[in-house]
Design a protein around this ligand. Structure first.
Ligand code: AMP
Ligand code: MN
Ligand code: MN
Ligand code: MN
Length: 281
């Protein structure tokens, strides 16, 4: 076995808190990051940077914070996610766009609720809102609501039956084009990273087109690693990143304790021949 490089730092550049659909508060997330040996953490909540409001410096509890966000976007009718790293949190243009994303989330949630209510699940909006604890509302909050009324066994089943791809709660309209969100990130001084490319279930050809268009739109990096993944997938995404000239990012996409494949800082190692996104910092 090859010896580990000394002082190898753990970067986790994709994670969620209670400010979106994560289950830990920002402070609890950071203390878990420290326990797990993470040296540099990006909190990347869906369409919000509210988690960062709790901190007034970038080194907390020995963990270096990298200001981030995960933006929802539309690519030829599909929703894709773009992570912004090292964004200026006080950027007024970014804050304005995030507010618009929040409004889209509420509008979309109302549509989802309407469809669920037609299926007989009353008070879906209030139910989901209670789980969201505010306006940053997403499908996982509807999933929690459906579990709470025993309409489904667990959140997985809620996605499978009602919220996942092609189901009634999967509303694709409303997100801005990829080129818009990359420009918001760049205008806020950040780097745009194509999140979890394997989640979109694209053919290799289409994934190549997405990567090309992402580069054209000003994207800088892609997540070669997202959580624990197979060596084949890592190899395939490493090749894609190298071919398209994208830097390599890595993150767990942590949402909650207990999900072993997305434990904070425990994602698959990034192949050492790739140029990591932090080399450009
Ligand atoms: P939204 O932001 O409302 O589009 O919801 C997307 C979020 O739902 C993702 O970030 C995941 O946290 C979660 N999610 C997506 N698919 C599933 C699934 N099949 N099971 C459980 N959670 C999921
Ligand atoms: Mn999520
Ligand atoms: Mn995502
Ligand atoms: Mn995520």
């Amino acid at each position: 076995m090859a010896p580990e490089k000394p002082n190898e730092m753990i970067f986790d550049l994709h994670s969620h808190t209670t400010a979106s659909d994560g289950e830990l508060t920002p402070l609890a997330l950071i203390s878990r990051a420290r326990e797990n040996g993470v040296a540099c953490l990006a909190i990347t909540d869906h369409d919000t940077i509210d988690a960062y409001g709790e901190f007034d410096c970038d080194l907390i509890d020995g963990v270096m914070l990298c200001p981030g966000v995960e933006l929802s976007a539309n690519w030829h009718g599909r929703s894709v996610h773009v992570v912004g790293l090292r964004i200026r949190l006080e950027s007024s243009s970014l804050l304005k766009e995030l507010e618009a994303q929040q409004n889209s989330r509420v509008e979309r949630a109302e549509q989802i609720a309407g469809r669920l209510e037609k299926k007989g699940f009353d008070h879906a909006m209030e139910g989901a809102r209670a789980f969201a604890g505010g306006d940053n509302i997403g499908r996982p909050h509807f999933a929690k609501f459906l579990v709470s009324i025993a309409a489904v066994r667990d959140e997985r089943q809620a996605f499978k039956r009602y919220l996942g791809r092609g189901k009634i709660g999967d509303i694709q309209r409303g997100w801005p084009p990829v080129a818009s969100v990359t420009s918001w990130i760049r205008d806020a001084g950040g780097m745009a990273v194509l999140a979890h490319p394997a989640h979109y279930r694209l053919t290799n050809t289409k994934l190549g087109v997405l990567a090309d268009e992402f580069v054209e739109a000003g994207g800088t990096a892609m997540e070669v690693v997202s959580g624990k993944q197979s060596p084949e997938l890592t190899r395939k995404l490493a090749e894609l990143a190298a071919e398209k000239g994208l830097l390599a990012s890595t993150g767990s996409d942590f949402h909650r304790p207990g999900a072993a494949w997305s434990e904070l800082g425990r994602q698959t190692a990034l192949p050492s021949h790739l140029k990591p996104v932090w080399d450009a910092w």
